[in-house]
Design a protein around this ligand. Sequence first.
Ligand SMILES: [Zn+2]
Length: 260
Amino acid sequence: MALVSDRLQWTGSEGRVQFFWQWSTLPRWRLLSDLQQLESRLSASKCSGKSEDIWIWKPCNSGIYTTKSLIELLTSSVASHVRPTIRNNLIPQKVGILIWRASQNKLPVRSELDRRGIDLDSVRCPVCDDDIESINHSFILCKTAFDIWDRIFKWWNLNMNIFADTAELSKGSNSQIQTATGASIWQAVVWVTSYYIWKNRNDHVFNNSRFCIAKLVSEIQIKSFEWISSRLKNGCLDWHNWLTNPRKFDVNPSSKEGIG
Ligand SMILES: [Zn+2]
């Protein structure tokens, strides 16, 4: 294995540094910018000779990594810059985490992987192949996603008002919903729908499974009923109403209480 000192050499009285990289694959995209940063940092330092390279963990005075020091670092600095996750108490936290990751551009869609320098055969949407796969495309613009949203809005007897982006999708609000309970349940349905759109995308990529929009919508109705009805304190959801008129509770004053 090469030493750092094998790859760079200081020349002249000003100590200018020269690099001697031996690439098997030329760096590109993110790797290229990482390399430029590395060269810039190394240019400002001095190598003491042919001694063995070592890693130093700066957060510890000893230079040796400990889990405790990492936890302290995350708690004190990183965590304070991370935006809090979002939550809807009517559905499991894993769904909220997915929506939060989507709204923060933190899902491994192909355009994001490509931006990070990962070689892919294609950056096009694995579901429709009509466009580059971005997070907005996957959740909102993809024809399959759009058809699912169309059916969900129709099921709820709402005008189709597709979300501008995943930030709007995470809010999951709709001006036609009248009560606080209705707003929470509609947001939960929006999130569960997004969860199934992403699940369908992953089934397509990893299991090569064929999707059926009617079946997906049916699964969304069943799973959202199961999750929401078990978490509503007064348990006012009824399966028949849920399928035929899910906004019935939205105008019923007795359903204004009891969000879990
Ligand atoms: Zn698509």
